[in-house]
Design a protein around this ligand. Structure first.
Ligand SMILES: *Cc1c(COP(=O)(O)O)cnc(C)c1O
Length: 332
């Protein structure tokens, strides 16, 4: 079996650009930095969830689903892209939104919240932080089934083994681009949240027997639980995709020093990263994921973990619609 033989919806229009970031590399004085532009993936506003949904929605349609249920934070990119996929496919979309930061839900907020509405989400239910989200989604699924509907539930962040295959495929895509560029990649740096992106990359590189280090920058959890989550999902993803290879014991690397006070809460490092990427390369990062991941990249260079002479790829997973709900902080 190969990933190209599994059902997908064809949401990708081809490889996303893999491009050098010369000015950022020069300013940081460390490794040669390259950008993988998954912020340019199709989907209202783009971003990493498109790769996962390509597999997940194909599965939903195979099962004759008429509605998609998923969950996320109140400004979730994953929920936006699920709503986008549902709109394209003529499915209903139900969201369960977790208010991880108390008081942060504002029904008339801009950013992703605005786009949920525009994309025609049929219902969104807000639950307090710490709620068992799988149980909350199952509750929604039960009531839809009772009404004669056939819902398909997508795990938070699309991070099931099937969804994570999107990033196993991305690892293959990256290796092929490096092949044509004559580039030998030492490391990838990515945000690590619900972990499908990080785990999928590990599974894909392991399957290709490619010794590329994957540095996951946690946006939420401490290192130990996040590493456990990534490892578990990476192993299940290898199995799901019928990939060869195993995840070596030391392959799971999570850096948890860039979360700051908590998920989605601003940090000075994030602000510095956003400003630097915008001014050096004209790249818009987001405050919740890629801003903190870039803060991690900058610090790993300053600490000498990533060094001159190495080739390092920063995975831009998208998320810029969230910029517009941080204007008070960013303009202050
Ligand atoms: C969801 C998300 C991530 C994290 O990806 P996971 O697979 O959930 O770890 C990173 N960046 C953006 C913009 C996201 O929306």
């Amino acid at each position: 079996m190969h990933l190209s033989t599994l059902p997908r919806r064809g949401y990708l229009r081809g490889p996303t650009p893999l491009e050098p970031a010369p000015e950022l590399s020069r300013l940081l004085g460390g490794p040669n930095i390259y950008l993988k532009r998954d912020d340019l993936l199709p989907g209202a506003g783009g971003g990493n969830k498109t790769r996962k949904l390509d597999f997940l929605v194909a599965d939903a349609l195979k099962r004759k689903a008429d509605s998609l249920i998923t969950c996320g934070a109140v400004q979730s990119n994953h929920c936006r892209l699920t709503a986008w996929a549902a709109a394209r496919e003529g499915l209903d979309c139900l969201l369960v939104l977790e208010e991880r930061v108390p008081g942060s839900y504002n029904p008339s907020a801009s950013g992703n919240n605005l786009l949920f509405r525009l994309l025609g989400v049929s219902s969104s239910r807000v639950v307090p932080g710490g709620t068992d989200m799988d149980a909350a989604m199952e509750e929604s699924a039960r009531s839809l089934r009772a009404a004669g509907k056939n819902p398909y539930t997508i795990a938070g962040g699309g991070s099931s083994p099937l969804g994570a295959l999107g990033y196993a495929a991305c690892a293959e895509e990256i290796l092929q681009q490096c092949f044509f560029l004559g580039l030998s990649l030492d490391a990838v740096v990515t945000a690590s949240g619900s972990a499908g992106t990080h785990a999928g990359l590990l599974a894909g590189f392991a399957g290709a027997n490619a010794p590329v280090a994957v540095h996951g920058v946690s946006v939420n959890r401490p290192r130990a639980p996040q590493e456990a989550r990534v490892r578990d999902l990476a192993e299940k993803t290898v199995e799901q995709g019928g990939l060869r290879g195993t995840i070596p014991p030391d392959a799971v690397i999570v850096h948890d020093g860039y979360v700051g006070p908590g998920y989605s809460l601003p940090t000075e490092g994030m602000r510095e990263a956003l400003t630097l990427a915008a001014r050096a390369e004209g790249i818009l990062l987001d405050p919740v994921y890629t801003g903190k991941a870039m803060a991690g990249l900058i610090d790993l260079i300053r600490r000498g973990v990533l060094r001159k002479g190495q080739n390092v790829l920063f995975l831009h997973t998208g998320g810029s619609p969230a910029l517009y709900v941080y204007e008070d902080y960013l303009l202050a």
